[in-house]
Design a binder for this molecule. Structure first.
Ligand SMILES: Nc1ncnc2c1ncn2[C@@H]1O[C@H](COP(=O)(O)OP(=O)(O)O)[C@@H](O)[C@H]1O
Ligand SMILES: [Mg+2]
Length: 210
């Protein structure tokens, strides 16, 4: 199944069984006149969305309907409806806040659960470093593309910088968490990763395909 249908499936299976969701996508494909030998693409969505919405109204539990319809609409409208979020991070509460931000951003965009976990881990590690090693900073979350789905996480602080960055990136430094996470783990989870660090602070930019 292609990425776009995966995104649809991720939205629908949040509250519906996989067979029900697949059945709905199948009927929406038929309705839209999509040949069986090709996957649905974002360009097909306007012709599929009416049937999908009817399915949501029919099969989804009452409380789940509106969030699911919203997620479908966002998929249609593009990233303009999912604005970037910037949070001040200086304590545990700030970490919880950005974790919750990235979770709802991923869910609204229809990211799968594995991608969402990756994004949560990345955001947590970067936010935790700000809290542990500086007086505070900011984490910005931005969906740079909906199709394919791409998230950019930018963590900035005015701390003292990371003098041994080289050592950390070559894997010769053992993270205190001892869980293979930290900066190197964040880099490995990312599709694009950039750190600028110095006496004036640190800026980490991580991009993730969801
Ligand atoms: N934002 C930051 N500002 C200053 N130093 C940092 C920052 N982030 C990380 N560091 C330094 O880099 C080291 C490695 O970080 P990391 O890979 O996250 O592992 P851990 O946090 O488990 O030690 C930290 O121990 C800390 O000394
Ligand atoms: Mg760390």
């Amino acid at each position: 199944m292609e990425q776009f249908e995966q995104q649809l499936l991720a939205i629908l299976t949040r509250h519906l069984s996989v067979p029900t969701a697949k059945g709905m996508i199948g009927r929406a494909r038929e309705k839209a006149g999509i040949p069986t030998d090709r996957p649905a693409t974002p360009a097909d969505l306007p012709r599929m969305v009416g049937q999908l919405e009817a399915g949501v109204r029919l099969f989804a539990p009452e409380a789940a309907r509106e969030p699911m319809l919203q997620a479908l609409r966002r998929l249609q409208d593009g990233p303009a409806n999912l604005p970037p979020v910037t949070r001040d991070v200086r304590d545990e509460n700030g970490i919880l806040q950005v974790r919750s931000d990235v979770l709802s951003m991923c869910e609204s965009a229809g990211a799968g659960s594995l991608s969402t976990q990756k994004a949560m881990t990345l955001v947590s590690e970067l936010a935790r470093n700000i809290v542990n090693y500086t007086l505070g900073g900011k984490v910005r979350l931005e969906l740079t593309s909906l199709r394919p789905l791409r998230l950019r996480i930018t963590a900035t602080d005015q701390g003292g910088g990371i003098p041994n960055l080289e050592e950390i990136l070559t894997g010769n430094y053992r993270s205190k968490t001892g869980m293979g996470r930290g900066i190197l783990g964040a880099k490995r989870l990312s599709n694009n990763f950039d750190i600028k660090t110095g006496a004036a602070g640190t800026r980490v930019e991580a991009e993730l395909s969801l």
